[in-house]
Design a protein around this ligand. Structure first.
Ligand code: SF4
Length: 895
């Protein structure tokens, strides 16, 4: 249970981050504060929240908000305009380009952050009224391979199981998923199953992540070899006569071919071990565990999806579940863990370019069905371009107008720098956003439309288990901000489609979406929420979280799919898929001997436009880094805490070095979160290969050939100021949220005397300056005080002894400085002589390394449980528990 108090007037809403879809209670008080706690009644989380969800109240400030419509002037600057002007410009720009070049010259790029109602309206406008299917979404980068795998095997994008299966499984296999960090509340549920029913956990991942710390078996597989592992498993189960032939015969086709292909790829334990570079005994143990356990759930996530062979990996997993009949029954089945809060809702409405709407595709019958329902004048006739293809069409100049909603493609796409440059080619570039600190805004957007943000907008989202939950407003939209559905509908009205977009609110849209899902369905499509098509406004407002299908006339219940077949294929049978032999699309070479794997850190989300505002979340991993095995680091002359230039055939980035024994040799890892708004030269998307999966169009984000080399900085330092400061060019830096101001950690080759001059310009002119300089040690430290309050601090010193900012940061964040702290401020210590609180470990309760270390060394804690009792660390979401275990071991040994 989350420890925060529940406000009596709390609004029931849903977290805007990951696909777990946790229910939240949010209460705004008259003084402007907001209290956030987990919703005990929500079936996705039963009151739990992770560090990101718990810190939502810290992300609601308006400092960086886009509050008014803006348009770019001829000189490149942005000017505030009214809604009429901005909407007219968008509509007339789209009309001009479509009339001249046809509908194929315009595109929408949407987001798994949009609500279903927003998504529905944008998709309808493009596919039914503008006549193009060039509407895709950032979900393409996240789970498109899962969608393609589902459609190949099941005939529909159906997640067969529900979260309850995780509670009821005896074996959970996590493939390509660092759930402890990326789906923490669901991971906690796995840990509960482990503690209460003895569920075994197997983790398959090239990196040994926090998730693996609690595993019964951790398989550090060779990058990209998941298909070989699951083909080997299928062959092994067949040899041991551990398949469900009754299920195979009655409900599926393609088994013989799939088994033959599996045997070609990995015929037994030994060949599987060779292909995957795993220990033979570990492979055998996994195979036996799988064979002997009926209730198995195989959860997979981005490590599987983000691959040029991602769809085959998904199908190799599904093949094993079909062959054992372990699907759609309690405690078993393949389970796609969705990255974003509403990727699933986007899939429902057809937000992907290769889906039409309501889980219908582009057959003539389906196009006609949707056309009649929408009374659409100009239906798209074929699939549109998927994200990477869409942006390459912009690069070539064949797409001339782009409308981006709630996402940041200038950071996240493969070859991000080239894509950012391509955006400048656009004749019309529109962004609906709620923040100005977005690299895509800076990439030359001509019309900026202020969208309502989480807490201000109303609608629905669908999580990984097909559960539709309401997001409800508890704050008024600031400035001129409006919901996305309203913005799109206003443009549609200006384009002459007023009747089809005459929505009074999200309830109108939801009813239409639900009605389309059941229109001429007759059980032929999995997605059917006809029971919700006639909800009154009041019933929509009060809607409890509900899983689909929710068919009219059927009792509301959690449904599992395919235990008795009934697939959504032409003959009702599930399909075994014969995967291609796994091999990396791009080979390593002498020039690029490593493989770059990308992913997420525990306390940040996407490009940090929201989580980057929380001081608590900024404390865990404040700087962009590259994780590397100590042997590879040694060979490249990289040291812990130093800096590396990471180069791929597509771009380069400068990242801090983190040595990690859990990183495979030959493979490096870098997180995706930092942008030009938050760091210097750390946009990892720019390094990624645009090598796409042939079925899903999802890019290979996990295995780009790369090399590393040291970057040497002579000095490192930090600045804490009340307003963000601009640093000299060539200064490597990372911006970090701090309370009541702005923090920046930097590395530089400018000597301290240059910094003295720079510092005097950066700190307030009317402040009382305190200064400490030690030329022999290369140190300069300056602080500016106004009326007893610290207005700014800059510390610069030799890179070999990085300046600790923990204590100075706490002093900066306090309202005023005690005399004792003021006197010794430039020593970097507080009044108690403490210089270092250490990195934040538990973000939920703000517990740092130093406090934990102290508890262990003084004997107050000898276990993770003791730390929980003494300091509360690890007792909320639990995502820091693996880290706590490592700290206990380290300091207990040292003691
Ligand atoms: S696990 Fe965390 S980020 Fe994901 S929905 Fe729950 S609170 Fe939000």
């Amino acid at each position: 249970m989350n420890a925060l108090p529940t406000h009596p007037q709390a609004v029931h809403t849903t977290c805007p981050y990951c696909g777990v879809g946790c229910g939240i209670l949010a209460a705004a008080d008259p003084a402007g504060g907001v209290t956030i706690s987990g919703d005990p009644a929500h079936p996705a989380n039963f009151g739990r929240l992770c560090s990101k969800g718990s810190a939502l109240a810290e992300t609601l400030a308006l400092d960086q908000r886009l509050l008014h419509p803006m348009m770019r002037r001829a000189d490149g600057s942005l000017a505030r305009v009214d809604w009429e002007t901005a909407l007219d410009a968008v509509a007339s720009g789209l009309r001009t380009i479509i009339d001249r070049d046809g509908p194929g010259a315009v595109a929408f790029y949407l987001s798994g952050q949009l609500l279903t109602e927003d998504y529905y309206v944008a998709n309808k406008l493009m596919k039914g009224f503008l006549g193009s299917a060039d509407v895709d979404t950032n979900s393409r980068l996240c789970m498109a391979s899962a969608v393609a795998g589902h459609r190949r095997a099941f005939g529909a994008d159906t997640v067969p199981g529900v979260y309850r299966d995780i509670d009821e499984a005896d074996l959970i296999v996590l493939v390509g998923s660092n759930a402890a960090w990326c789906h923490p509340v669901l991971y906690k549920r796995m840990m509960t199953a482990k503690a209460e029913r003895g569920t075994k956990l197997v983790v398959v991942d090239p990196r040994r992540t926090a998730t693996a710390e609690n595993a019964d078996l951790s398989l550090s597989i060779a990058p990209g070899m998941d298909t070989a592992l699951f083909c080997g498993l299928l062959a092994h189960l067949a040899d041991r006569r551990a398949l469900d032939f009754a299920y195979i015969d009655r409900h599926t086709t393609g088994f013989v071919e799939a088994l033959a292909r599996a045997r070609e790829i990995a015929v037994d334990v030994a060949t599987t071990a060779r292909a995957t570079l795993l220990d033979k005994r570990d492979v055998a143990r996994f195979f036996d565990l799988f064979r002997d356990t009926e209730r198995v759930v195989t959860c997979f996530s981005q490590g599987v999806n983000q691959s040029a062979q991602g769809t085959d990996k998904v199908n190799a997993i599904i093949n094993v579940h079909l062959a054992t009949g372990r699907i759609g029954r309690p405690g078993m089945g393949p389970f796609s863990l969705t990255g974003q809060p509403n990727a699933m809702g986007g899939r429902e409405v057809g937000g992907l370019a290769n889906q039409l709407a309501a889980h219908m595709g582009f057959s003539l019958a389906e196009i006609d069905c949707v056309r009649r329902f929408w009374k659409a004048p100009r239906m798209a006739q074929r699939e549109g371009r998927k994200a990477v293809d869409m942006f390459e069409a912009i690069e070539r100049g064949s797409i001339k107008a782009l409308w981006v909603m709630a996402t940041n493609p200038a950071v996240t796409l493969p070859r991000a720098n080239a894509m950012r440059a391509a955006l400048r080619n656009l004749e019309l570039f529109v962004i609906s956003e709620n923040t100005l600190s977005n690299d895509s805004v800076a990439a030359g957007a001509q019309v900026l439309l202020p969208a309502a943000a989480w807490g201000e907008k109303d609608g629905t989202v669908t999580n990984s288990e097909r559960r539709i939950s309401r997001q409800r407003a508890f704050l008024p939209p600031p400035g001129d901000a409006q919901p996305d559905w309203w913005i799109v509908s206003e443009v549609a009205r200006r384009l002459g489609f007023a009747d089809a977009f005459a929505y009074r609110g999200p309830a109108d849209i939801f009813r239409e979406h639900a009605a389309l899902s059941t229109f001429e369905n007759n059980g032929q499509r999995d997605f059917d929420i006809g029971a919700l098509a006639a909800l009154s406004d009041r019933a929509y407002d009060a809607l409890d979280a509900v899983t689909w299908p929710a068919r009219k006339g059927e009792p509301a219940r959690e449904t599992r799919f395919f235990a008795a077949g009934n697939f959504y294929t032409s003959d009702g049978r599930g399909r075994f898929v014969t995967p291609e032999r796994p091999r990396p699309r791009l080979a390593t070479s002498k020039e690029f001997p490593l493989r770059l794997n990308t992913g997420r850190v525990r306390d940040q989300w996407h490009t940090m436009t929201r989580t980057g505002l929380s001081p608590r979340l900024g404390s865990h991993s404040p700087e962009p880094f590259v994780e590397i095995h100590p042997d590879d680091a040694g060979a490249a002359k990289l040291v812990e805490g130093g800096f590396a230039k990471v180069t791929t055939p597509f771009g380069s980035a400068a990242l801090k070095v983190s040595l990690h024994g859990g990183q495979q040799r030959g493979s490096i890892f870098a997180p995706i979160h930092w942008s030009d708004a938050t760091a210097a030269n750390a946009r990892v998307g720019d390094l990624v290969a645009p090598a796409n999966d042939p079925f899903s169009g999802q890019p290979e984000s996990k295995a780009t050939p790369a090399r590393v080399e040291p970057i040497v900085f002579a000095y490192r330092g930090f600045a804490l100021t009340r307003r963000p400061i601009r640093l000299p060019p060539e200064t490597w830096h990372a911006r970090v949220a701090v309370a009541r101001g702005s923090g920046v950690l930097f590395a530089t080759n400018e000597p301290p005397d240059v910094w003295q001059a720079i510092t005097q310009r950066l700190l307030p002119a009317d402040a009382e300056l305190a200064e400490y300089t030690d030329a022999s040690r290369g140190l300069t430290r300056m602080a500016a005080l106004c009326g007893g309050r610290l207005e700014g601090v800059i510390f610069v010193g030799p890179a070999a002894a990085a300046q600790q900012w923990d204590v100075v940061r706490l002093l900066f964040e306090s309202e005023s400085l005690a005399e004792r702290d003021r006197r010794i401020l430039l020593s970097g210590r507080n009044g108690n002589g403490v210089a270092e609180t250490g990195a934040l470990v538990c973000a939920c309760f703000g517990v740092g390394l130093a406090a934990i270390r102290d508890a262990i060394i003084t004997g107050r804690a000898v276990s993770v449980a003791d730390i929980g009792k003494t300091l509360r660390a690890g007792t909320n979401c639990g995502s820091c528990v693996p880290e706590l275990r490592g700290i206990v071991e380290r300091f207990a040994r040292a003691g």
